[in-house]
Ligand binder design. Structure first.
Ligand code: ZN
Length: 426
């Protein structure tokens, strides 16, 4: 192929992805681990994950990509640029799923990236900077904790060694699972990334409710997770008069209301959830003596998240005092709010405008690989609607035209970044 330096942004602006091919590839990938209810169960580093990885790599090689695997099993499929000294413009996501997962969560981001590369291969054009599609290991965290494991190692959120030592419920380590499926790659320093984009289904109802095709993601909510333990005293449900009880569950009920109120007090982005309760001794005729509950607080900026943290601690002391019992609050997880790079977010918005898609600014309530990538490179995300906002469910669904639209926005945003990459020193 003759490569011309004169390949211009104007030519690129006319390029469009093949929506039918994208859809077909999504459906083909979804057959690996397909469930009876139309979903996918493809847990990280299983034989099914290996099969899916092999398929992606075969597709990438078909269009001339070089493929590298790192030591935590992340896959990087690279399409050479005119200037291979430049840091690649990267996109990607994950192809592991929840046990009752869908066809689109993660898979869409990977295959949208592949479709971008296929489109460029068809048009026989080269970008200035190289392009890469990444498949991040164990994003879901369903079989191995922590979640977003591959991107977390890549971004230095935790060490490779820490990740490799984690074990599933059967006692199999990440290290052994990786070598079993043949995806323990080179232990090399993470390479520089010029820009990172990730396309993803929204996993929420906002775009659909506003009848928008593209969500221009401004950033991701910060998160604080807690284990709260209420220490009451168990006693017989019959002989113990109401005024003498130290009912831990009653205090926990107050706290559930408090968590909800704290989130409402910090609108529009405040979130507060109690998702899990452990009641001791959990017996019909015993006043609960001890309750542990999880609290998940989220906010768009750290000042708000800190205010919510103070409000939670105050609510716990108050509820405990009122009942004359102790409430312990332990924070177990902290993810800072992660704004995305203004320039890249602007490129996503511009892409949607130029292509004529209705868009709106949104914020990601969930964690994504892009949130870790944003620590080491300029990053942005593109959301497309999913049916009724449902994901992590076998009925997860998305419209082919929305997926195609998001992929076209991804194409334009990546081209924009790849051409700009060299402009400073070209
Ligand atoms: Zn995902």
């Amino acid at each position: 192929m003759q490569v011309h330096e004169s390949t211009t942004v104007a030519t690129f602006a006319d390029l469009r992805v093949d929506g039918a091919r994208l859809w077909d590839s999504l459906m083909q990938l979804a057959r690996i681990g397909a469930t009876d209810k139309g979903g996918v169960c493809r847990l990280a580093l299983t034989e099914l994950d290996r099969e899916a990885r092999d398929l992606f790599i075969a597709w990438a090689k078909e269009i001339g990509c070089t493929v590298r695997i790192d030591a935590i099993g992340n896959i990087f499929a690279r399409r050479a640029g005119l200037r291979d000294d430049l840091a690649p413009v990267m996109t990607g996501s994950h192809i592991d799923t929840q046990p009752t997962g869908g066809k689109f969560d993660g898979n869409y981001g990977v295959l949208a990236g592949l479709e971008v590369l296929r489109t460029l291969a068809d048009a026989n054009v080269r970008t200035l900077a190289p392009l890469e599609v990444a498949v991040w290991t164990n994003e879901e965290g369903s079989r191995f904790v922590p979640v977003m494991m591959g991107s977390g190692v890549f971004a230095g959120a935790f060490t490779l060694e820490h990740a490799l030592e984690q074990r599933d419920r059967e006692g199999v380590s990440v290290r052994d699972a990786l070598s079993r499926i043949g995806y323990a790659g080179e232990n090399e320093k993470p390479h520089a990334v010029g820009a990172y984009f990730e396309a993803h289904i929204e996993q929420g109802p906002v775009l659909e409710a506003h009848d928008k095709t593209i969500g221009v993601v401004q950033g991701a909510l910060g998160q604080r997770w807690y284990d709260v333990t209420v220490h009451g005293m168990e006693a017989h449900a019959g002989p113990t008069p109401m005024e003498l009880r130290r009912d831990a569950l009653l205090v926990a009920a107050d706290l559930i209301h408090a968590v909800n109120r704290i989130a409402l007090d910090h609108a529009p982005h405040g979130r507060g959830t109690v998702g899990w309760l452990d009641v001791h001794p959990n017996s019909r005729n015993v006043i609960p003596g001890r309750v542990t509950l999880t609290v998940d607080l989220r906010a768009a900026d750290d000042a708000t998240l800190t205010a919510m943290d103070s409000a939670l601690r105050a609510a716990c002391s108050l509820a405990g005092e009122k009942a004359g019992i102790t409430v312990d609050v332990e924070q177990v997880v902290y993810f800072p709010p992660q704004p995305f790079a203004a320039e890249l977010v602007g490129a996503v918005k511009q892409g949607a405008d130029t292509l004529g898609f209705a868009s709106m600014d949104v914020i990601s309530g969930a964690g994504h690989d892009a949130v870790y990538l944003a620590r080491v490179a300029p990053a942005a995300m593109i959301f497309v609607p999913c049916k009724d906002g449902i994901s992590h469910n076998e009925i997860e669904d998305a419209r082919a035209d929305h997926l195609e639209a998001g992929c076209n926005v991804l194409l334009q945003a990546m081209l924009n970044a790849a051409q700009k990459a060299g402009s400073a020193d070209a």
